[in-house]
Ligand binder design. Structure first.
Ligand code: APR
Ligand code: ZN
Ligand code: ZN
Length: 361
């Protein structure tokens, strides 16, 4: 039997979001219905509302979520009703060239639930990042569900579904930060702060936080930054070199998404160091570098896609580290809110006042 729940939709470009009744079909083959317990508010939800991702309105927003599996469809064996899970953007196929070569985050054949959730009048909804979790329940592909320790707070667990994983993964998976490394992180929003937490977890000796906003640098210190640089008043490349005996950092993580910060990241790394690009540029942006510098400085330039994470490997591990007190994921939760408070949360996020507002049910 299809069921009706409350969810938050973005009805049209730049129109205010609103709580509506959503119809959720019974899970079909390979699908699961998840009772959502918490879902973080992310910049990407705001981009959907603004029409910046695509124009497939109405969207069912929300994608950084944790909850309990309520029911599963035919053939589902990876999760069962009652399992506590964190949701990820897409189920990977496990069989394509990317999956078989150990890079499932570049899977060619990822999928979400095949059936559609709708409004009461039958209008089909586009779930944000294939999830749609600003709702009491949502329908996903079972492969989008990863079981984690059910003792963890849902508000904390849900964050692993997106921004926090992107940042931690940029440091530990893509950047391969090692014990004793020097790491610089340019841009200390939620993603940059998570990269700082990831670098600390990996045993970095120096973690240099760079931002143009002193408030962000204060938070970065709490996440594990050992040094801070305000790049509005100081040249960050010079400052990072000065803090690393003139060499530059072993790993530089760019978490802004602008040409000037991409360039700073390129020059702030040690010879043969690694640059990890997490900030998402817009289509018009270009980066010009002297080829001789690209050739002569060696090292590698990598982009990090969803923290190059493998949800089944990384989500349970990071939850365990949090539960053991070795990674403070709770520090990313600035406030918990209700389903009706998302517009105000967008405004606070835009003003840079919060790391994460999390809707709890
Ligand atoms: N130099 C340094 N820091 C900057 C600059 C700059 N020129 N411009 C902006 N910043 C800082 C902001 O002050 C803010 O602290 O970058 C940070 C960006 O943080 P958020 O806006 O909170 O964004 P976040 O969610 O962390 O995502 C960062 O990563 O995954 C991508 O799409 C995401 O491109 C975005 C980036
Ligand atoms: Zn695949
Ligand atoms: Zn997100």
């Amino acid at each position: 039997m299809a069921q009706q729940v409350q969810g938050v939709i973005a009805p049209g470009k730049n129109e205010p979001v609103r709580v509506e009744t959503i119809v959720i079909p019974d899970p079909g083959p390979g699908e699961a219905v998840v009772k959502i317990q918490a879902c973080g508010v992310c910049h990407t939800d705001l981009h959907y509302k603004q029409g910046g991702i695509n124009d497939e309105f109405p969207f069912l927003l929300g994608h950084e979520a944790a909850g309990v599996v309520e029911s599963v469809g035919e053939g589902v064996t990876d999760v069962a009703p009652g399992d506590f899970v964190v949701l990820n953007w897409r189920a990977v196929c496990g069989q394509c060239r990317a999956c078989l070569r150990g890079r499932p985050w570049y899977c060619f054949d990822t999928h979400n639930a095949k059936q559609k959730m709708t409004l009461l009048d039958g209008t089909e909804l586009s779930p944000a990042l294939g999830i749609g979790a600003f709702a009491e329940k949502t329908l996903v592909a079972s492969g989008q569900c990863t079981k984690v320790d059910p003792e963890v707070s849902p508000a904390v667990a849900g964050l692993l579904g997106c921004g926090v994983m992107a940042g931690i993964g940029a440091a530990i998976n893509t950047g391969q930060v090692g014990r004793g490394d020097s790491v610089a992180v340019i841009g200390c929003g939620g993603v940059g702060d998570a990269a700082i937490a990831g670098a600390r977890l990996a045993g970095a000796a120096k973690i240099i936080a760079v931002d143009i906003d002193d408030r962000k640098l204060e938070t970065a210190k709490k996440m594990g930054a050992t040094h801070t640089v305000n790049s509005r008043s100081t040249d960050p490349v010079e400052a990072i070199r000065a803090l690393t005996d003139g060499n530059g950092a072993d790993v530089v993580i760019e978490a802004v998404g602008r040409p000037e910060t991409y360039q700073q990241a390129f020059y702030a790394r040690d010879l043969a160091g690694t640059v990890v690009l997490v900030g998402v540029p817009t289509p018009d942006m270009k980066l010009e570098l002297p080829l001789l510098d690209v050739f002569g400085r060696g090292g590698s330039l990598k982009s990090s896609w969803y923290g190059d994470c493998l949800p089944s490997r990384d989500f349970p591990m990071l939850v365990d580290l949090h539960q053991q007190g070795r990674l403070d994921l709770a520090a990313f939760v600035t406030e918990t809110i209700g389903l009706g408070d998302i517009e105000q949360a967008f405004a606070r996020m835009h003003d840079g006042d919060v790391l994460r507002s999390v809707v709890v049910f």
